[in-house]
Design a protein around this ligand. Structure first.
Ligand code: HEM
Length: 330
């Protein structure tokens, strides 16, 4: 049922944009007003969210739960899991953001005859996530050819590398296939693995179907409808320059594509997709584990009036000596 909520939500959005453009002629609404509103919600939402996270108190360096911290020279420390320098933190963060290192250590549980519960490593989720995220990044970078004039040289280089195998005409980009393939794998895993299905929410399916909808309409535009790219470029440049020009006679699926992207942008700050920013703000990842080498004092500790033993003895020395109690200073 939860799958259907996500699926029907995206289908409803697609019908809304299709009918709005095709039957009601609301091109300006779906091509200009909604994208600008969505971009506004995205920018404000992301900034507010990041500021609210940045304001959370982090009084101490929080060591990760795994990896030996550096202490005595003869105890081997785990430099990447538990770095004690800023450079080590940078390496840990780099590997996490670029290679999803923690996901690589994923495990799965199964019940074997006996019955016996066994745990073992599994890298499928890591592989699916890597394929999806990297392909999505390349697809977005390729889209820069619509939004920038002149088109940056690296966009041309990525595009020709991506179409290297020249499959079909227009050629199929490897990352287009990777993006859709990765998304379908992540969806299938949620539906077919009982443990994952149990913890999945409609919001999890909605994000996946939304991205699948964007990728599918994009593929239809490129390979089947063959939209006029000149007018798309004029439209995209107009949006960026705040002088919007609607693409001439664009197919309604183009508006559906743009509308789904707008929904993604507006939904982003309120969804789990914010992990793209959250990963940088996670204290267990972005702090060095040097609590054995350095004393960390809570910066907002209230000043406490102390009374040391030396001061105590100074105050009561005579009476202590009189009562026959031992003292440090005579
Ligand atoms: C989250 C953002 C977006 C994603 C993930 C996305 C995804 C895709 C994908 C997977 C394709 C298939 C071909 C390819 O890989 O290049 C595509 C094509 C296309 N997209 Fe997007 N898109 C996004 C945003 C946009 C925006 C904002 C526009 C508006 C200008 C746009 C316009 C197009 C057009 C015109 C095509 C057909 C390209 C061609 O014929 O070569 N896309 N999109």
């Amino acid at each position: 049922m939860k799958v259907w909520y996500g699926f029907m939500g995206v289908v409803a959005l697609m019908i809304l944009a299709g009918v709005g453009v095709q039957a009601l002629g609301l091109q300006t609404l779906f091509g200009v007003v909604v994208p600008y509103a969505a971009m506004g919600i995205f920018l404000v939402g992301v900034v507010v969210k990041i500021l609210s996270w940045a304001r959370s108190p982090v009084p101490f360096h929080i060591p990760t739960t795994c990896g030996q911290q550096r202490s005595l020279s003869w105890i081997r420390s785990s430099y990447l899991d538990s770095p004690h320098t800023k450079f080590g933190v940078l390496c840990r963060m780099g590997l996490e953001v670029l290679c999803f290192r923690s996901l690589f250590g994923n495990t799965k549980m199964a019940v074997r005859p006996g019955p016996k519960v066994v745990h073992g490593p599994t890298q499928w989720l890591w592989a699916g996530a890597m394929v999806f995220h990297w392909c999505m990044l390349v697809v977005l970078l390729r889209h820069l050819r619509f939004f920038a004039e002149p088109v940056p040289a690296f966009v041309g280089a990525i595009t020709s590398l991506d179409g290297f195998f020249q499959l079909g005409l227009p050629e199929l980009y490897l990352t287009t296939a990777g993006l859709l393939g990765g998304l379908l794998y992540l969806l299938a895993r949620r539906i077919w693995v009982p443990q994952v299905r149990y913890i999945s929410l409609p919001a999890d399916y909605f994000s996946l179907f939304l991205l699948i909808g964007i990728a599918t309409t994009g593929i239809l535009l490129r390979h089947f409808i063959k939209i006029d790219l000149e007018s798309v470029k004029g439209f995209a440049l107009g949006l960026v320059a705040f002088v919007p020009v609607l693409p001439v006679q664009a197919h309604y699926l183009f508006y559906v594509h743009v509308f789904l992207v707008s929904i993604l942008l507006a939904y982003f700050p309120f969804s789990k997709l914010m992990h793209f920013a959250g990963v940088f703000l996670s204290p267990t990842r972005n702090l060095a584990n040097d609590s054995r080498a350095r004393r960390h004092v809570n910066p907002w500790n209230a000043p406490v009036k102390t009374h040391t033993y030396a001061e105590y003895e100074d105050e009561f020395r005579e009476r202590m000596v009189g009562a026959g109690l031992p003292v440090e200073k005579t």
